[in-house]
Structure formats: structure tokens, C-alpha cells
Design a protein around this ligand. Structure first.
Ligand SMILES: Cc1cc2nc3c(=O)[nH]c(=O)nc-3n(C[C@H](O)[C@H](O)[C@H](O)COP(=O)(O)O)c2cc1C
Length: 202
């Protein structure tokens, strides 16, 4: 059996009590072995992020997930605060900042907008991978490997049943990354991480 990866879900939702989708996503993965669920708004309601603790968490995991609803074409603000404070020079980047070298990271986002509106010829003018460029480049500067995003579109239109199905898909993908089911090539060939499930019934 392949060695297991340890996953760290860096979760941010400022109004979780109102959430329909992320709430189900997290309940699908919370109790899974080797997946650490880390709720940033719950841990740091005053935004006083414990940098040493966060860096220790990073060091003890292999794959990180920035999970959040898409807010103004980006993340809720605590993710930015987390990046500003935790990915320090000398730790995450710079000549001696190699602590995160080779770690993998991706975004898991939910969007109100349907997939069709995230096209160059449509209302939002840019695709999701284009909007996520600052996250991709942040990861690259820190010598991390930024993988394709997991995306759930059109959240307002989804039925409870569709949300439950999406949550099960999220769980499957996280478990497959933990257990190294898919090759790097299979992952890079995806536009969205979701596409992995269509590949095979591995
Ligand atoms: C402040 C705010 C900003 C938002 N910005 C976007 C956006 O830029 N693009 C988009 O597609 N949806 C946007 N939405 C919709 C959310 O992404 C959507 O409500 C969320 O993903 C649903 O997940 P939840 O049920 O877990 O809250 C925004 C919502 C809020 C409250």
C-alpha cells in the first residue's frame, strides 16, 4: 500500500451558520483519518493568528487545502491574513526559506456563479484558474506545488441532494489524495480536481 499523505484543510467561512454547501463539505471530511480540519474563523475570531502554531501544522502535513466560499473573486479575508502572517520570509520563501518545498496545495471553493459565467467570453471574463492566479503564484514562490482546484459552482441553485453528492465527491477526492490513488500526471491533466472522479472508478 502507498504511504498515506497527511492533509490539512485550512477552512475559512465567516458565516458558517448560513452556509448550505461548505457545512456539508466539512461534515463529509471532518472525521476522516489523516485529514486535519482547521477552522480559521473559529480558531482566530479576532484575527490574531498564532504563526508558530500554523507553521508547525504546515510542517506536520503533506497536502494543504484552502477551502472557502469564493468571495469577490477571491477568498474571505482571513485566508489573506493567514498568508500574510504565516508564509514568512526565511520560512516559506527567500534564500533560506525552504520549509514548504515540495508540499502540495490547492483551493477548494464554492461559487454562487455557474461554471458558464466563468469563461473569457462571459459575464465574469476570467476562468476560475485565472482568478486563482495569486494563490498559484504564492504557492510557487514558496516552492510548493499548486494543484488544480476543487470547485462547486452555482451553489444557490443546488438541491440538498446535489449538495450531498458534491460533499461525497469532495470526500472521495481528499481520500484519493491521502492514499495517492492518482498519478501526478492524472492530476495535472485536470482543469478541476473534480474531473478526477470521471477518470476511472479506481
Ligand atoms: C461577500 C460575498 C461575496 C461573494 N462573491 C462571490 C463571487 O465573487 N463570485 C461568486 O461566484 N459568488 C460569490 N459569492 C457567493 C458565494 O460564493 C456563495 O454564496 C457560497 O459559495 C455558498 O457557499 P455556502 O453555502 O457554504 O455559504 C459571494 C458571497 C458573499 C457573501
Amino acid at each position: 500500500m502507498n504511504e498515506r499523505n497527511k492533509l490539512l484543510v485550512l477552512f475559512a467561512h465567516p458565516a458558517l451558520h448560513k452556509s448550505r454547501v461548505n457545512r456539508q463539505l466539512i461534515s463529509a471530511i471532518e472525521a476522516v483519518e489523516d485529514i486535519t480540519f482547521h477552522n480559521l474563523y473559529e480558531e482566530y475570531p479576532d484575527f490574531h493568528i498564532d504563526v508558530d502554531r500554523e507553521q508547525d501544522l504546515l510542517l506536520s502535513h503533506d497536502i494543504y487545502i484552502w477551502q472557502h466560499p469564493f468571495y469577490w473573486y477571491s477568498s474571505p479575508s482571513i485566508i489573506k491574513e493567514w498568508i500574510d502572517l504565516v508564509l514568512k520570509h526565511g520560512f516559506a520563501y527567500g534564500r533560506t526559506g525552504t520549509a514548504l518545498k515540495g508540499k502540495k496545495i490547492f483551493s477548494a471553493i464554492t461559487t454562487g456563479g455557474r461554471r458558464e459565467v466563468y469563461q473569457e467570453s462571459n459575464m465574469n471574463n476570467f476562468t476560475i484558474p485565472q482568478f486563482l492566479a495569486p494563490f498559484r503564484q504564492t504557492a510557487r514562490l514558496c516552492n510548493m506545488i499548486y494543484m488544480p482546484p476543487f470547485v462547486i459552482h452555482g451553489t444557490h441553485l443546488l438541491t440538498e441532494e446535489e449538495i450531498r453528492k458534491a460533499a461525497m465527491e469532495y470526500r472521495k477526492i481528499l481520500i484519493s489524495l491521502r492514499d495517492q490513488i492518482f498519478s501526478d500526471e492524472e492530476i495535472w491533466n485536470c482543469t478541476y480536481m473534480n474531473d478526477l472522479l470521471e477518470l476511472t472508478q479506481k
